[in-house]
Design a protein around this ligand. Sequence first.
Ligand SMILES: Cc1cc2nc3c(=O)[nH]c(=O)nc-3n(C[C@H](O)[C@H](O)[C@H](O)COP(=O)(O)OP(=O)(O)OC[C@H]3O[C@@H](n4cnc5c(N)ncnc54)[C@H](O)[C@@H]3O)c2cc1C
Length: 378
Amino acid sequence: MVTTCDVVVIGGGPAGAMAARIAARHGLKVCVLEQHSLPRYKVCGGGLVRRVHDLLPQDLGLPMEHYCTKVSMRFQPDGRQLDIETSSSVVNMTMRDQFDAALLASAERAGAKVISECEVLSLQPAQSGIELATSQDIYKADYVVLAAGAATRLASDAGWSESLERIPALELEVDVDDDTLARFQGQAIFDFGVIPQGYAWVFPKRRHLSIGVLSVNRHKPGLQAHVRDYMRLLKIQPLREPTFHGYVIPVRPRSRCLAQNRVLLVGDSAGLADPVTLEGISHALISGELAAQALCDASAGRVEVTYNQLIDQQIRPDLEAAAVLARVLYGPAMSSARFGGAMGRRAVAFVGDVMQGKRRYSELRQRRAWRVIEALLG
Ligand SMILES: Cc1cc2nc3c(=O)[nH]c(=O)nc-3n(C[C@H](O)[C@H](O)[C@H](O)COP(=O)(O)OP(=O)(O)OC[C@H]3O[C@@H](n4cnc5c(N)ncnc54)[C@H](O)[C@@H]3O)c2cc1C
């Protein structure tokens, strides 16, 4: 069977759900194809920085797992701690299966059709459109929004030859006793210096802790050993052996355009995670929104150009500035003690403002701090 629609969205994560919701609300016939049955587990810390909340649909109707009014950035081994603390929450915690399902439900209410257990196998140009072979039917669409996450290879079908630059990350959902749970209430902890060129985290959820590690050094991460050492350091004793979930995070946007040949890349498929915090949900939502804006507003033949312009104006400058800061933070020569000093205090305050949507990374270039950052990079 062949199903025809205006837009096929590949992937039911935040980027795809956002694009589908807005495009459907503007009257386009939208199908979301998701390979897994829904709701599906997603390897993720589930931390939603405050700026994400302004982007969420009003009808989301999802209570958060936990609200954190404090973010602690600690620099091991000396334990120096820099806090971002506000009266309202800085980071809220969610479980991604519930969060993504709520976003998709919102897209469905707007008129999008969500088809689960439908893996897209390939894309190819068809007459005035694009044809998708899937594990179910054949789909034909005027445009495709590729929102299939960081591990997809489908972008190559649409002409992107470069592979995404990605780093490994490991995450565990850890059941702990009530006393341990209470120790981590209300704060999201990022520990630098416990793993080379990366960080470890503890995010409190309603009834358990999400614990993880990541490293920008792709060659010798040893993530399992690091996360076990980290739990020992924090005296966290799991009540039962947790499952290790590994996945990848993109650290650089694709260098060329993000739309061509009727395909628009969004979220992790476009490489839009924040290179400093490695948080990816906010740019997934924003890029989904920008893709829908281009699909709805641009005249025929201008959709790709419009989306590329929107990305170049609204996302790329921030990611380029953030990438420079990330090179300092995760560079092999940077000692955690050095970053924990005066420069560290300013940098943490700045990143806290970015998380809350009060500042943008691109503003860094206008600050004196930029000269310090460049000097540190030699
Ligand atoms: C360990 C870890 C911890 C993280 N913690 C955080 C955090 O705390 N906060 C934060 O903001 N970000 C975090 N991130 C990053 C965040 O998970 C991603 O940036 C975000 O999920 C990107 O959303 P997306 O919609 O682009 O892609 P995804 O959420 O990856 O969604 C892609 C969807 O596409 C589907 N799909 C893939 N291929 C196909 C196909 N061929 N056909 C059909 N469907 C397909 C997948 O099943 C999936 O549902 C973390 C990442 C990792 C790895």
